[in-house]
Design a protein around this ligand. Structure first.
Ligand code: ZN
Length: 316
Protein backbone atom coordinates (compact mmCIF):
# COMPACT_ATOMS: atom_id res chain seq x y z
CA UNK A 1 0.00 0.00 0.00
CA UNK A 2 1.33 3.45 -0.91
CA UNK A 3 0.40 6.25 1.46
CA UNK A 4 1.47 9.88 1.19
CA UNK A 5 1.22 12.39 4.00
CA UNK A 6 0.37 15.96 2.95
CA UNK A 7 3.18 17.14 5.23
CA UNK A 8 3.63 18.48 8.74
CA UNK A 9 0.50 18.65 10.91
CA UNK A 10 2.09 20.38 13.90
CA UNK A 11 5.38 20.70 15.76
CA UNK A 12 5.56 20.58 19.56
CA UNK A 13 8.37 22.01 21.68
CA UNK A 14 9.38 22.66 25.28
CA UNK A 15 9.89 26.19 26.61
CA UNK A 16 10.12 27.79 30.04
CA UNK A 17 8.09 30.98 30.50
CA UNK A 18 4.49 30.97 29.23
CA UNK A 19 4.05 34.76 28.84
CA UNK A 20 7.40 35.10 27.07
CA UNK A 21 6.29 32.32 24.73
CA UNK A 22 3.03 34.17 23.96
CA UNK A 23 4.87 37.46 23.47
CA UNK A 24 7.18 35.85 20.92
CA UNK A 25 4.84 33.70 18.83
CA UNK A 26 1.82 36.07 18.95
CA UNK A 27 3.61 39.37 19.62
CA UNK A 28 6.73 39.12 17.47
CA UNK A 29 5.69 36.55 14.83
CA UNK A 30 2.02 37.61 14.67
CA UNK A 31 0.57 34.10 14.93
CA UNK A 32 -2.85 33.51 16.47
CA UNK A 33 -3.07 31.74 19.82
CA UNK A 34 -5.72 29.29 18.62
CA UNK A 35 -5.90 27.10 21.71
CA UNK A 36 -5.11 27.58 25.36
CA UNK A 37 -5.30 24.25 27.10
CA UNK A 38 -3.20 22.11 29.42
CA UNK A 39 -0.86 19.18 28.93
CA UNK A 40 -3.39 16.33 29.11
CA UNK A 41 -0.72 14.20 30.81
CA UNK A 42 0.40 16.97 33.24
CA UNK A 43 -2.42 19.48 33.94
CA UNK A 44 -0.12 21.85 35.86
CA UNK A 45 1.46 22.85 32.53
CA UNK A 46 -0.19 24.79 29.69
CA UNK A 47 -0.40 23.47 26.19
CA UNK A 48 -0.42 26.53 23.89
CA UNK A 49 -1.14 26.30 20.15
CA UNK A 50 -0.21 29.06 17.69
CA UNK A 51 -1.05 29.06 13.99
CA UNK A 52 -2.86 30.86 11.22
CA UNK A 53 -6.38 32.15 11.90
CA UNK A 54 -7.69 28.58 12.28
CA UNK A 55 -4.56 26.74 13.37
CA UNK A 56 -4.96 24.78 10.13
CA UNK A 57 -2.89 21.62 9.74
CA UNK A 58 0.58 22.64 8.61
CA UNK A 59 0.49 25.93 10.56
CA UNK A 60 0.35 24.96 14.23
CA UNK A 61 3.30 25.11 16.59
CA UNK A 62 2.52 24.00 20.12
CA UNK A 63 4.32 24.48 23.41
CA UNK A 64 4.57 23.09 26.91
CA UNK A 65 5.89 26.05 28.94
CA UNK A 66 7.48 24.58 32.05
CA UNK A 67 8.83 27.31 34.37
CA UNK A 68 12.36 26.63 35.55
CA UNK A 69 12.79 23.54 33.38
CA UNK A 70 16.24 22.50 32.25
CA UNK A 71 17.45 23.79 28.92
CA UNK A 72 18.00 21.15 26.24
CA UNK A 73 20.52 21.05 23.44
CA UNK A 74 19.47 20.86 19.81
CA UNK A 75 21.03 17.84 18.12
CA UNK A 76 20.41 14.39 16.66
CA UNK A 77 17.03 12.80 17.19
CA UNK A 78 15.27 16.14 16.96
CA UNK A 79 13.92 18.75 14.61
CA UNK A 80 16.83 21.16 14.09
CA UNK A 81 14.94 24.10 12.55
CA UNK A 82 11.26 24.82 12.31
CA UNK A 83 10.78 26.64 9.02
CA UNK A 84 8.02 29.22 8.45
CA UNK A 85 6.73 30.22 5.01
CA UNK A 86 5.99 33.90 4.44
CA UNK A 87 4.60 35.57 1.30
CA UNK A 88 7.02 36.44 -1.52
CA UNK A 89 8.29 40.00 -1.12
CA UNK A 90 7.81 40.11 2.66
CA UNK A 91 11.48 39.58 3.66
CA UNK A 92 12.25 43.30 3.92
CA UNK A 93 9.34 43.69 6.31
CA UNK A 94 10.44 40.75 8.45
CA UNK A 95 14.09 41.76 8.60
CA UNK A 96 13.14 45.27 9.61
CA UNK A 97 10.75 43.87 12.21
CA UNK A 98 13.29 41.49 13.76
CA UNK A 99 15.85 44.31 13.92
CA UNK A 100 13.35 46.63 15.59
CA UNK A 101 12.47 43.95 18.16
CA UNK A 102 16.12 43.04 18.81
CA UNK A 103 15.85 39.47 17.52
CA UNK A 104 19.27 38.66 16.01
CA UNK A 105 19.07 36.78 12.71
CA UNK A 106 21.38 35.54 9.98
CA UNK A 107 20.60 34.88 6.33
CA UNK A 108 21.38 31.36 5.08
CA UNK A 109 21.16 29.87 1.59
CA UNK A 110 20.29 26.36 0.52
CA UNK A 111 18.68 24.67 -2.45
CA UNK A 112 18.54 28.04 -4.21
CA UNK A 113 16.47 29.68 -1.48
CA UNK A 114 17.34 32.36 1.08
CA UNK A 115 16.32 31.81 4.69
CA UNK A 116 16.32 34.11 7.70
CA UNK A 117 17.52 32.10 10.69
CA UNK A 118 16.88 33.10 14.31
CA UNK A 119 16.04 31.63 17.69
CA UNK A 120 13.04 32.04 19.95
CA UNK A 121 13.65 33.25 23.55
CA UNK A 122 14.30 29.66 24.70
CA UNK A 123 16.75 28.93 21.88
CA UNK A 124 14.43 27.00 19.57
CA UNK A 125 15.81 27.15 16.01
CA UNK A 126 13.50 29.00 13.61
CA UNK A 127 13.84 29.90 9.95
CA UNK A 128 11.71 31.92 7.59
CA UNK A 129 11.54 31.51 3.82
CA UNK A 130 9.52 33.24 1.10
CA UNK A 131 7.26 30.77 -0.70
CA UNK A 132 4.58 31.10 -3.35
CA UNK A 133 2.92 27.94 -2.10
CA UNK A 134 0.45 27.91 0.76
CA UNK A 135 -2.81 29.74 1.44
CA UNK A 136 -2.22 33.29 2.75
CA UNK A 137 -3.04 33.75 6.42
CA UNK A 138 -6.09 35.88 7.20
CA UNK A 139 -4.76 36.80 10.64
CA UNK A 140 -3.22 40.15 11.48
CA UNK A 141 -1.96 41.07 14.93
CA UNK A 142 0.05 43.89 16.45
CA UNK A 143 2.74 44.89 13.99
CA UNK A 144 2.11 42.07 11.50
CA UNK A 145 -0.47 42.77 8.76
CA UNK A 146 -2.20 39.80 7.09
CA UNK A 147 -0.40 40.32 3.76
CA UNK A 148 2.98 39.81 5.49
CA UNK A 149 1.79 37.14 7.93
CA UNK A 150 3.30 33.70 8.28
CA UNK A 151 1.29 31.27 6.13
CA UNK A 152 2.35 28.19 8.08
CA UNK A 153 5.31 25.87 8.06
CA UNK A 154 7.51 25.89 5.02
CA UNK A 155 8.80 22.64 6.46
CA UNK A 156 11.51 21.56 8.86
CA UNK A 157 15.15 20.58 9.04
CA UNK A 158 15.54 17.19 10.71
CA UNK A 159 18.62 16.04 12.64
CA UNK A 160 18.84 12.27 12.48
CA UNK A 161 21.34 10.04 14.28
CA UNK A 162 20.77 7.45 11.51
CA UNK A 163 19.85 9.46 8.41
CA UNK A 164 19.74 6.48 6.06
CA UNK A 165 17.01 4.95 8.22
CA UNK A 166 15.09 8.22 8.59
CA UNK A 167 15.35 8.91 4.87
CA UNK A 168 14.05 5.46 4.07
CA UNK A 169 11.12 6.08 6.40
CA UNK A 170 10.35 9.48 4.85
CA UNK A 171 10.41 8.10 1.34
CA UNK A 172 8.98 4.62 1.65
CA UNK A 173 6.60 4.89 4.59
CA UNK A 174 5.57 8.55 4.85
CA UNK A 175 5.42 8.93 1.06
CA UNK A 176 7.70 11.95 0.58
CA UNK A 177 9.69 12.38 -2.60
CA UNK A 178 13.45 12.99 -2.73
CA UNK A 179 13.80 16.19 -4.77
CA UNK A 180 17.42 17.32 -4.26
CA UNK A 181 20.70 16.73 -2.46
CA UNK A 182 23.17 19.49 -1.70
CA UNK A 183 26.17 19.52 0.62
CA UNK A 184 25.21 17.94 3.94
CA UNK A 185 21.49 17.93 3.22
CA UNK A 186 18.88 15.97 1.32
CA UNK A 187 15.53 17.57 0.49
CA UNK A 188 12.20 15.79 0.46
CA UNK A 189 8.81 17.06 -0.59
CA UNK A 190 5.44 15.95 0.76
CA UNK A 191 2.20 16.00 -1.19
CA UNK A 192 0.61 19.14 0.35
CA UNK A 193 1.34 22.82 -0.31
CA UNK A 194 2.27 23.84 3.26
CA UNK A 195 4.61 22.17 5.76
CA UNK A 196 5.82 20.09 2.86
CA UNK A 197 9.59 20.65 2.42
CA UNK A 198 11.74 18.51 4.69
CA UNK A 199 15.52 18.84 4.74
CA UNK A 200 17.57 16.20 6.52
CA UNK A 201 21.26 15.71 7.27
CA UNK A 202 23.01 13.14 5.05
CA UNK A 203 25.58 12.08 7.66
CA UNK A 204 24.68 11.20 11.25
CA UNK A 205 24.35 13.99 13.83
CA UNK A 206 25.19 13.24 17.48
CA UNK A 207 22.35 13.06 20.00
CA UNK A 208 20.77 16.25 21.24
CA UNK A 209 19.37 16.62 24.74
CA UNK A 210 15.66 17.13 25.26
CA UNK A 211 14.55 20.12 27.33
CA UNK A 212 13.52 23.76 27.02
CA UNK A 213 14.31 25.20 23.61
CA UNK A 214 14.07 21.88 21.77
CA UNK A 215 11.36 20.22 19.72
CA UNK A 216 9.66 17.27 21.41
CA UNK A 217 8.01 15.79 18.33
CA UNK A 218 6.92 16.44 14.78
CA UNK A 219 3.44 15.39 13.68
CA UNK A 220 2.47 14.40 10.14
CA UNK A 221 -0.92 14.75 8.55
CA UNK A 222 -3.63 12.14 8.11
CA UNK A 223 -6.92 13.29 6.56
CA UNK A 224 -9.62 12.07 8.93
CA UNK A 225 -10.18 9.41 11.56
CA UNK A 226 -10.46 6.62 9.02
CA UNK A 227 -7.32 7.65 7.16
CA UNK A 228 -5.62 8.00 10.55
CA UNK A 229 -6.41 4.38 11.44
CA UNK A 230 -4.99 3.31 8.06
CA UNK A 231 -1.82 5.26 8.80
CA UNK A 232 -1.42 3.46 12.12
CA UNK A 233 -1.74 0.08 10.40
CA UNK A 234 0.63 1.20 7.66
CA UNK A 235 3.36 2.29 10.10
CA UNK A 236 2.85 -0.84 12.19
CA UNK A 237 3.12 -3.09 9.12
CA UNK A 238 6.47 -1.44 8.34
CA UNK A 239 7.85 -2.67 11.64
CA UNK A 240 7.53 0.39 13.89
CA UNK A 241 6.21 0.23 17.44
CA UNK A 242 3.23 2.56 17.40
CA UNK A 243 1.05 3.73 20.31
CA UNK A 244 -2.68 3.10 20.26
CA UNK A 245 -4.82 5.92 18.86
CA UNK A 246 -4.99 8.72 21.44
CA UNK A 247 -7.81 11.28 21.45
CA UNK A 248 -6.18 14.73 21.62
CA UNK A 249 -9.55 16.50 21.44
CA UNK A 250 -8.66 18.47 18.28
CA UNK A 251 -7.15 15.55 16.40
CA UNK A 252 -6.39 11.88 16.89
CA UNK A 253 -2.76 10.98 17.47
CA UNK A 254 -0.38 8.04 17.34
CA UNK A 255 3.31 8.25 18.17
CA UNK A 256 6.38 6.26 17.24
CA UNK A 257 10.13 6.79 17.69
CA UNK A 258 11.87 6.41 14.36
CA UNK A 259 15.33 4.85 14.09
CA UNK A 260 17.05 8.22 13.66
CA UNK A 261 15.84 9.12 17.15
CA UNK A 262 13.09 11.57 16.23
CA UNK A 263 9.67 11.19 17.83
CA UNK A 264 7.10 11.11 15.04
CA UNK A 265 3.38 11.58 15.51
CA UNK A 266 0.63 11.11 12.98
CA UNK A 267 -2.35 13.40 13.57
CA UNK A 268 -5.71 13.68 11.84
CA UNK A 269 -6.76 16.96 10.19
CA UNK A 270 -10.16 16.53 11.84
CA UNK A 271 -11.96 17.72 13.93
CA UNK A 272 -9.78 20.86 14.30
CA UNK A 273 -9.56 23.67 16.82
CA UNK A 274 -13.13 25.00 16.45
CA UNK A 275 -14.34 21.69 17.83
CA UNK A 276 -14.98 23.13 21.31
CA UNK A 277 -15.05 26.92 20.87
CA UNK A 278 -16.16 29.27 18.07
CA UNK A 279 -13.72 30.59 15.47
CA UNK A 280 -14.19 34.19 16.67
CA UNK A 281 -12.89 33.50 20.19
CA UNK A 282 -10.38 30.70 19.57
CA UNK A 283 -7.69 30.63 22.25
CA UNK A 284 -9.36 33.06 24.64
CA UNK A 285 -10.75 30.65 27.21
CA UNK A 286 -8.83 27.94 29.04
CA UNK A 287 -10.14 24.76 27.40
CA UNK A 288 -10.10 21.54 29.41
CA UNK A 289 -10.91 18.00 28.40
CA UNK A 290 -14.16 16.72 29.89
CA UNK A 291 -12.46 14.67 32.59
CA UNK A 292 -10.80 17.81 34.01
CA UNK A 293 -13.80 20.18 33.87
CA UNK A 294 -14.84 19.24 37.42
CA UNK A 295 -11.42 20.45 38.64
CA UNK A 296 -11.38 23.64 36.50
CA UNK A 297 -10.80 26.12 39.37
CA UNK A 298 -7.99 24.08 40.84
CA UNK A 299 -6.33 23.54 37.43
CA UNK A 300 -6.62 27.25 36.56
CA UNK A 301 -5.12 28.31 39.89
CA UNK A 302 -2.06 26.17 39.20
CA UNK A 303 -1.29 28.01 35.93
CA UNK A 304 0.45 31.38 35.55
CA UNK A 305 -1.79 34.11 34.09
CA UNK A 306 -1.03 34.87 30.43
CA UNK A 307 -2.38 37.35 27.91
CA UNK A 308 -2.03 37.87 24.19
CA UNK A 309 -0.82 41.46 24.00
CA UNK A 310 0.50 43.88 21.42
CA UNK A 311 4.19 44.54 22.05
CA UNK A 312 5.10 47.98 23.40
CA UNK A 313 7.23 48.59 20.29
CA UNK A 314 4.17 48.01 18.08
CA UNK A 315 1.84 50.11 20.22
CA UNK A 316 3.96 53.25 19.99
ZN1 ZN B 1 1.64 16.39 18.87
Amino acid sequence: MTMKTAGIHHITAFVTDAQRNVDFYAGVLGLRLVKKTINFDAPEVYHLYFGNEMGSPGTAITFFPWAGSRRGRIGGGQVGYTVYAVPPGSFDFWQERLRKLNVPFTPVERFGETYIRFADPDGLGIEMVEREQGTPSRWSFGGVPADKAIKGFGGAVLNSIAPDKTRHLLEHVMGLELVAEEGDLARYRAAGDIGNIIDINRVPVGWGIGGAGTVHHIAWRAKDEEDHRSWREHVLSNGYKVTPVIDRQYFNAVYFREEGGILFEIASDTPGFDYDEPFESLGEKLMLPEWLEARRDEVARGLPPIEVRVLEEDAR
